[in-house]
Structure formats: structure tokens, C-alpha cells
Design a protein around this ligand. Structure first.
Ligand code: NAP
Ligand code: ZN
Length: 364
């Protein structure tokens, strides 16, 4: 008989899990593997709350395996390292993002595009090579192969930096890969949430003109004054939508729900590029005429490989880029998820794991 999550490994772990598509999270005892030769054990300090966590909790994509412990924007402290680990030592501050494993031998892994390896192991809701399930960062500690651990820049805050581990790389990688970094060009950012607000910051760091395309009028002031965007288009304002036609070189679409692509394609100039990173639960319709007539390109992208994720963190260290966050305690997670579903967060919830995650029976 299969062992329970609590007993399958030797090391006790504690986190919060959802048991069904209600997505309600509550305390959960489970276990982690022993620290192997190539492993790093991390005491989790902070974990960002990504919309992908919410999609998983609600089984929006149809492949959630309950119980699920979400969380893939982890910053923590190293508490032990295996004998073959030389890059990290005890007490180092490190990051763990969306993936914790891959085959490490295929052509794709050799290019450090581990995120696209057919055998990629995600930080949660995935299966390790030993057949056990992965559990994410809404928990006290994690054991990770050193290849999937990142050095966290000294000058960045742990709490505000945590979202870089997913939201950061999810927009950095496509901007680099699709060549959306030429200074002076015009970038549209559709959806001003966790990913979107970091895309605005990267756009400005690359020297682009940045326009936010949003459904939320209450985000306009901050988008310009705090995040540094050059312009803001409220998608329910027909005059502004009309004025944006044929003005943008690139658009990064971070919208988490089904939405029309037609208006976004119309904003692109000839040869413009629309890259979608948002993962709505249903397919989007792709209008072909504006694509063909303007020789436009539509692409996608999924986070980034380990080498590029480290490059992104170093870039953030150099440019002092972190997320704008609302720090919450573990007990606030269910109400925060309700707010995230309504796009009501500026702009990323981050859970203060070290100070708020405790076993209900800890006094015993
Ligand atoms: P988020 O913080 O909720 O931001 C998404 C934004 O989309 C919202 O703030 C809102 O912006 C806009 N939006 C939401 N519902 C909308 C609707 N019905 N119509 C139009 N706009 C809507 O989410 P996130 O964490 O940034 O993640 C965004 C998406 O990317 C999710 O689907 C997530 O799963 C996916 N994701 C992809 C990757 C990748 O590597 N490809 C990585 C991480 C996450 P406004 O209020 O400005 O309208
Ligand atoms: Zn994520």
C-alpha cells in the first residue's frame, strides 16, 4: 500500500494544502526526502502567491492532483547541503522557482532550457523520479537538487524579491527571446497584475516606452507614478483603445482569463509581436486577418531555464528591481486568494512563511 504523504519520506514537513477544487487551504502534515549528495535543504522564509497557484487550486486546467501545496516563488535560507554541493553553503540566501527537476541530459537541458525538458518536474503538483509527489512553498522547508537552486542577490529584499522567481522570469525570458528589448521601442503590457507590473519595470530598465492595457481604472495613477509606465489604456474606454491602434512594437499579454486578442493585435504596428504568457482556462480565439495583413507574430513562453533565471535575478540586483507586494500571514491566504481572483492586489501577495506558518499543535 502507498505510504501517506506524512510518512513516505523521513523528514517531517508542514504546510498548507487544498484537498478539493473549492481550493480552500488548511494545515497539512507531509514529509520531504533526506538531503542527498546533490541536494540543498532550504528553510522557507517567504513565498509569493502566483495566479498559477490559484488556477491549480481551483483545477482550472483539469490536472490538479489533490492534496496540493502550492507555491513556486520561494526565498529561504540554506540549512544543509549534500557532499557534492559546492556552490551553496549553510545560511546562504537562495531562491527556488517553478521547477525542481528535469532529465539533465537531453539537448534541451544542455542548453539550460530545463523548463522545456519533456521530463521537467514542477515545484508542486508534479512527480519526482522516485514516484512521489512534489509539494510547493506554502510550507516550512524544501529539499531541492542544486541545479534548481538560485543565488539570491545580496542587495534585494527577500519578501519583495520572491515574486521574481516566477513572475520575474516569466516576463524576462520572452522579452529576451523575442527581442522585445530594443531601447526606444513601444511595449504594451496587457493585465497589470503580478507578471504585468514586473514587465513594466523590465520594460523601463530596457529603455522602452511602456503602455499598460488594463481593465482596472484604479490602477492608472500608480502605473504611471509608481511603476514608471508612460501611458495607461483602460480597456473599457473606446476613445483610448482607438487611439492606440497601430502604435506598439511589442505586447506582452499576462491576462489570466479568457479575453479577445483582436484589440491587442490591432495595437501592433506592422511586424509587431504579441507574446502571451497568461494561461486562461479555455482557448483564446486568434483573429487571422490582422496577423496576416500586418505580418505580425504571436508567440508564447513558459518561465525560463536555470541559467537565464539566475541572469534575471542578477539583472534585478543590478537595477534594483523587486515586486510591489502586500505581505500576508499564512492565515490570510484564503481571503487573499479571493482578492487575487478579482484582480484586487497591488501587485503580488507574498506569504511571510517564517513568521506565520506554525503547526496548530505547536504548543504540545
Ligand atoms: P494576476 O496577478 O492575477 O494578474 C493578471 C491580470 O490580468 C489581472 O491583474 C488583471 O489586470 C488581468 N485580468 C484578470 N482577469 C481579466 C479579465 N477577465 N479580462 C481582462 N483582464 C483580466 O496574475 P499573474 O500571477 O500575473 O498571472 C497571470 C497569468 O499568467 C496567469 O494565467 C498565470 O497562470 C500565468 N502565468 C504564466 C507564466 C508563464 O511562464 N507563462 C508564469 C506565471 C504565471 P488588470 O486589473 O490590469 O486588468
Ligand atoms: Zn507562477
Amino acid at each position: 500500500m502507498a505510504k501517506t504523504p506524512e510518512k513516505e519520506h523521513p523528514r517531517k514537513a508542514f504546510g498548507w494544502a487544498a484537498r478539493d477544487p473549492s481550493g480552500i487551504l488548511s494545515p497539512f502534515d507531509f514529509s520531504r526526502r533526506e538531503n542527498g549528495d546533490h541536494d540543498v535543504t532550504v528553510k522557507i522564509l517567504y513565498c509569493g502567491v502566483c495566479h498559477s497557484d490559484l488556477h491549480h487550486l481551483k483545477d482550472d486546467w483539469g490536472f490538479t492532483k489533490y492534496p496540493i501545496v502550492p507555491g513556486h516563488e520561494i526565498v529561504g535560507l540554506v540549512t544543509s547541503v549534500g557532499s557534492s554541493v559546492h556552490k551553496f553553503k549553510v545560511r546562504d540566501r537562495v531562491g527556488v522557482g517553478v521547477i525542481v527537476g528535469s532529465c539533465q541530459t537531453c539537448d534541451i537541458c544542455e542548453q539550460s532550457l530545463e523548463n522545456y525538458c519533456p521530463k521537467v518536474t514542477f515545484t508542486y503538483n508534479s512527480t519526482y523520479h522516485d514516484g512521489t509527489k512534489t509539494y510547493g512553498g506554502y510550507s516550512d522547508m524544501i529539499v531541492v537538487h542544486q541545479r534548481f537552486v538560485l543565488q539570491f542577490p545580496d542587495n534585494l529584499r527577500s519578501d519583495a524579491g520572491a515574486p521574481l522567481l516566477c513572475a520575474g522570469i516569466a516576463v524576462y525570458s520572452p522579452m529576451k527571446y523575442y527581442g522585445m528589448t530594443e531601447p526606444g521601442k513601444h511595449l504594451g503590457v496587457a493585465g497589470l497584475g503580478g507578471l504585468g507590473h514586473i514587465a513594466v519595470k523590465f520594460g523601463k530598465a530596457f529603455g522602452l516606452k511602456v503602455t499598460v492595457i488594463s481593465t482596472s481604472s484604479k490602477k492608472e495613477d500608480e502605473a504611471i507614478k509608481k511603476l514608471g509606465a508612460d501611458a495607461f489604456i483602460l480597456s473599457s474606454d473606446p476613445a483610448k483603445m482607438e487611439a492606440a491602434v497601430n502604435t506598439m512594437d511589442y505586447i506582452i499579454d499576462t491576462i489570466a482569463a479568457v479575453h479577445p486578442l483582436g484589440p491587442l493585435l490591432s495595437f501592433l504596428k506592422m511586424d509587431g509581436k504579441l507574446v502571451t504568457v497568461g494561461l486562461p482556462e479555455k482557448p483564446l480565439e486568434l483573429p487571422i486577418f490582422p496577423l496576416v495583413l500586418g505580418r505580425k507574430l504571436v508567440g508564447g513562453s513558459d518561465i525560463g531555464g536555470m541559467k537565464e533565471t539566475q541572469e534575471m535575478l542578477d539583472f534585478c540586483g543590478k537595477h534594483n528591481i523587486t515586486a510591489d507586494i502586500e505581505l500576508i500571514s499564512m492565515d490570510d491566504i484564503n481571503s487573499s486568494m479571493e482578492r487575487l481572483a478579482k484582480s484586487d492586489v497591488k501587485y503580488r501577495f507574498v506569504i511571510d512563511i517564517a513568521n506565520s506558518l506554525s503547526r496548530p499543535d505547536c504548543s504540545m
